[in-house]
Ligand binder design. Structure first.
Ligand SMILES: Cc1cc2nc3c(=O)[nH]c(=O)nc-3n(C[C@H](O)[C@H](O)[C@H](O)COP(=O)(O)OP(=O)(O)OC[C@H]3O[C@@H](n4cnc5c(N)ncnc54)[C@H](O)[C@@H]3O)c2cc1C
Length: 372
């Protein structure tokens, strides 16, 4: 008999889980709060690592399609100091497929494929322990029962309270995100500065990072250490007020770098929250978590990769494993906790060095991780 399985959330983790189950002919209900796939901007570009996100896509049978869509040249990385001096200008070899970039929207559409996501289904609570199974309650007052509920519902997971009382805490680092469109035609100087991939300028406790997406779209992140209430006297909806505030924060930086902020048209406030490193919980039959819901960590290129691999591995062990459902989930959790714990330590230490009182730390980190 097939188990009744639901996954909450259609981010990279939830969709990979559902897609791998689908590949094995296994039914799954995908419950997503958003009313439709395109109701909000999908977010910036993602680099998918060979042994993580790409491995997950392989398990989903989607690696070739990913390779056709992805941008290996997007791995290029230029590092500047606050004066605009180029300190490093790293470009991948033409055959380098270690971490190619893909737009989030493209990845989502690739994973969605034949999946029948239930859009507009906002989960409010997951209650394990009843004889009929795990009860999922929805914002519209309805409820449904499943044998397994997988919480892939991100940082502010509504599934997580069913297994853990832990909530995310602020890292002390805030991002303000903005973007530029048609950069090659509208801002050719910035297009040259950014190159095929990313450019990052590091100063004292702050950084400006720009990443090329496809179609001439660029995401820009102003990153800085600040108390959570740094914007108390600022209207975050007032674009010009936010721009002035950021330009003051980066006062004295080279004009071409500041143009990334001067030409931006809207700003999104993203204080960085994390779960404790090595967050685990006492196994609860019928409910588990994966991705950011389980191990929210600083955004240093691992989160989506881990979420996808976890989704693929859990789905594979459910669909093809010999054991019972609960054993498969328990074994999955042990494996996830160990790997995510390692990455949480790496990314936490990385954030400390990238947005640091000593900008030389950011350069040293780049030299450690980037092959010369
Ligand atoms: C600026 C930035 C840059 C990043 N860059 C990278 C990168 O280059 N590489 C990388 O690997 N990672 C990166 N990350 C991290 C990555 O975005 C996350 O780790 C990843 O999206 C987590 O995937 P997920 O599927 O666990 O959750 P999410 O992507 O957060 O998806 C959760 C889904 O659940 C839905 N949902 C939420 N609540 C409910 C509810 N109550 N009911 C139903 N549905 C719900 C949401 O609408 C959403 O669709 C970055 C993060 C940021 C902020």
């Amino acid at each position: 008999m097939r188990h009744r399985i639901a996954v909450v959330g259609s981010g990279p983790g939830g969709l990979t889980f559902a897609r791998v189950l689908h590949r094995h002919g296994y039914p799954v209900a995908v419950l997503e709060r958003d009313p439709a796939p395109d109701v909000r901007p999908p977010g910036g570009t993602l680099d998918l690592h060979e042994g993580l996100g790409q491995l997950a896509l392989d398990k989903a049978g989607l690696l070739e399609e990913f390779q056709a869509l992805s941008r290996p040249e997007g791995q290029a990385m230029r590092i500047l100091d606050a004066d605009g001096t180029v300190l490093r200008d790293w470009r991948p070899r033409p055959d380098d497929r270690a971490n190619p970039e893909i737009d989030r929207g493209q990845l989502r559409d690739l994973l969605l494929g034949p999946l029948d996501v239930q859009w507009g289904r906002s989960v409010t609570q997951v209650v394990p322990g009843s004889q009929e199974g795990v009860v999922v309650r929805f914002a519209d007052g309805r409820q449904e029962t499943f044998d397994l509920v997988v919480g892939a519902d991100g940082a502010w997971s509504r599934t997580r309270p069913a297994v853990s009382s832990v909530t995310p805490h602020y890292t002390g680092v805030t991002y303000v995100e903005t973007s530029l469109d048609d950069v090659d035609t509208r801002h050719p100087d910035l297009a040259r500065l950014i190159g095929d991939g990313s450019v990052a300028a590091y100063g004292v406790n702050r950084a400006l990072v720009a990443q090329r997406n496809s179609g001439g779209h660029v995401k820009v992140y102003a990153q800085f250490r600040a108390p959570l209430d740094w914007h108390t006297n600022l209207d975050l909806a007032d674009v010009e007020a936010v721009r002035s505030s950021l330009l003051a924060l980066f006062d004295g930086w080279a004009a071409p770098v500041l143009d990334l902020l001067r030409h931006a048209t809207a700003f999104v406030h993203r204080p960085l929250y994390v779960l404790p490193v090595s967050h685990t919980w006492t196994h609860v039959p019928g409910v588990t978590l994966l991705g950011d819901a389980a191990h929210l960590m600083p955004p240093l290129g691992a989160g989506a990769n881990l979420a996808m691999l976890e989704g693929a591995e859990l789905a594979e062990s459910i669909a093809t494993g010999p054991g019972d459902l609960d054993e498969a989930v328990h074994a999955f959790e042990e494996q996830m906790w160990a790997r995510a714990g390692r990455w949480a330590k790496i990314t936490t230490a990385g954030l400390e060095r990238l947005v640091s009182p000593d900008p030389a730390e950011a350069l040293a980190l780049f030299d450690e991780v980037q092959p010369s």
